[in-house]
Design a binder for this molecule. Structure first.
Ligand SMILES: Nc1ncnc2c1ncn2[C@@H]1O[C@H](COP(=O)(O)OP(=O)(O)OP(=O)(O)O)[C@@H](O)[C@H]1O
Ligand SMILES: [Mg+2]
Length: 276
């Protein structure tokens, strides 16, 4: 298990790397002079085509971190490179194009309540492409079918369960064929069975569409089910990185406590027994 990612020379940083799609070095962020520093030098590599989980307690800065990936926040110091591109260096036209690489699945699904499922999913295509209504409908129906939502096209978000809303949120994130899917706490507020469904959806979507998944979570049971790699965030840095097995066997005190109190340290990864 590596505790921190190695330094990157400027020549390497700006190149596309076959294995690591996102490379983060020395990332620091505070929101006001005198306020506590939220990110205190994040070093992290995220693997192409895999499920990368960023784990950490509430308020540790996980959402702040992923906002730097898409250029929504600018670092005080350090860099994010996505295929060698640092979003902090892009102008507004370039950043719009850059963000097309990403699909975002938000904590609360963030659907428009007054639009149907179909209209919600069509929205990014209407906004960002010149595709015809017929093409748009075909893409939307295809994504909804892939996520088991055929028949729900005409429903409104208020008529759906929490788990279905998450899937609609994912279908919408997929219509623009992103290379990278960012999930910010996708299972918050779901019961253990719905959580397992969302976990399965994350795994299947990753495989079927070949995307790089970045999942922000503090649900250990879920994390151990889905993660190829886990990065543990604590006090503004990455405290540990590794596979689920490596994280389970860690000698880092904070990580060990986090794993132990979640109840999944020895529970295995098959069942939802440790889910909150
Ligand atoms: N725009 C902002 N302005 C000021 N402070 C902010 C802003 N965004 C985040 N913070 C602060 O940064 C810290 C980290 O917030 P963040 O939302 O990243 O936590 P988190 O790890 O995602 O937590 P949770 O698991 O509860 O979602 C918090 O103290 C928060 O108040
Ligand atoms: Mg958050």
């Amino acid at each position: 298990m590596n505790q921190s990612a190695p330094p990157l020379s400027p020549e390497v940083a700006t190149l596309r790397d076959e294995r690591w799609q996102l490379r983060i070095r020395g990332l620091r962020k505070r929101f006001a002079p005198g306020a506590p520093e939220v990110l205190r030098g994040i070093d992290l590599d995220l693997e192409r085509g895999r499920v990368n989980v960023v784990l950490g307690g509430s308020g540790q800065g996980k959402s702040v971190l992923i906002k730097h990936f898409i250029g929504l926040l600018r670092p005080d110091a350090g860099h994010v490179w996505v295929d060698g591109i640092d979003p902090a260096t892009l102008d507004s036209a370039e950043i719009a194009r850059f963000r097309r690489k990403f699909g975002m699945v938000f904590q609360m699904a963030a659907l428009f309540d007054s639009l149907t499922v179909e209209e919600n999913c069509a929205f990014p295509l209407v906004e960002h492409t010149k595709k015809s209504p017929v093409e748009i409908r075909s893409i939307v129906f295809d994504r909804l079918a892939a996520l088991g939502l055929s028949g729900a096209e005409g429903k409104y978000p208020g008529e759906l369960s929490g788990g279905m809303r998450k899937r609609v949120g994912l279908a919408r994130a997929l219509v623009l064929e992103p290379e990278i899917l960012l999930y910010d706490e996708p299972t918050t507020g779901l019961d253990p069975l719905a959580t397992e469904n969302v976990d399965r959806m994350i795994l299947e979507t990753g495989q079927r569409f070949g995307v790089t998944s970045v999942v922000i979570s503090h649900d250990m049971a879920s994390v151990f089910r889905i993660a190829d790699r886990i990065a543990m965030m604590h006090e503004g840095v990455i405290a540990a990185v590794g596979t689920a097995e490596e994280i389970r066997a860690t000698d880092n005190d904070y990580v060990r406590r986090f794993v132990t109190t979640s109840g999944v340290a020895h529970a295995g990864i098959a069942g939802p027994a440790g889910a909150p």
